[in-house]
Design a protein around this ligand. Structure first.
Ligand code: ADP
Ligand code: ZN
Length: 228
């Protein structure tokens, strides 16, 4: 099954796409992660990419498209994959359409106020990328009840999975978050319409804890997983 996750930064794309990938036993493909790995290696490519990522700006389409195509060409992606953070622009979506047929696009929806709070409280493992969140949200906004418990590690600051150190991503600081949100509205919202016109979009409201949201998502995927 080939699935795309859409939704603004902070809607939980990383968290949900990772867990759904484990449940469906397909690779989780994140261009953000691919770029962060490249940046760690301190190659020319990594340094070039870092110029954009550290400012919260989109990496240019040509670089991004090549990076993604190379990844989904690998053998483990042949039976399906989950895309997290790709596509982010219409040209990226068109390039993807040329090489694979997508089964469903999950569009995660969340209130912007909640999202900014959640993003500033996000922590990731510097070794394995596991995501944590250190605030609890419990309130009603525009008629929607938000009940989103924190995801704390067992030991503060330490990753449960690998013992790595939990850090705040540089682009999760408030100033950079604002740039990312503006960019999302300008460049990536049209993607929702692009896939809606193909009848592929399933909206998923993210206002509850992880487990309940996961079961919401799995219910939407069920018809397709049966055919798989
Ligand atoms: P988030 O979804 O929280 O913004 P990601 O890990 O998906 O985080 O992306 C981190 C950064 O990597 C982005 O801010 C951007 O600079 C770059 N990036 C990731 N995916 C893409 C993409 N599809 N197109 C352009 N840039 C990307
Ligand atoms: Zn870890």
């Amino acid at each position: 099954m080939k699935i795309i996750f859409l939704g603004s930064p902070g809607a939980g794309k990383g968290t949900y796409s990772t867990r759904i990938a484990r449940l469906l036993d397909v690779p989780h493909v994140s261009t953000g992660e691919l770029f962060r790995e490249a940046i760690k290696k301190d190659s020319d490519f990594g340094n070039q990419v870092n110029e954009y990522v550290r400012k919260g700006r989109l990496v240019p389409d040509d670089i991004t498209i090549i990076t993604l195509k190379k990844r989904i060409d690998e053998p483990d992606c042949q039976n399906g994959f989950i895309l997290d953070g790709y596509p982010r622009t219409i040209p990226q979506a068109q390039a993807l359409d040329e090489v694979v047929k997508i089964d469903v696009v999950l569009n995660l929806k969340i209130h912007e106020i909640i999202l900014i709070r959640k993003l500033s409280a996000r922590r990731i493992c510097d070794k394995c990328g596991e995501i944590y969140n250190i605030i609890d949200i419990e309130e009603t906004l525009d008629g929607m009840d938000y009940n989103m418990p924190a995801m704390h590690p067992k030991t503060p600051g330490i990753c449960d999975k690998c013992g790595g150190t939990l850090i705040q991503r540089k682009d999760d600081r408030v100033e950079v978050i604002e740039t990312r949100l503006k960019q999302y509205h300008q460049q990536s919202e049209p993607l929702v319409r692009y896939y809606q016109s193909r009848g592929l979009v399933e909206d998923v409201y993210v206002n509850l804890g992880i487990d309940r949201t996961i079961s919401r998502i799995m219910k939407k995927l069920k018809p397709q997983t049966v055919i798989k």
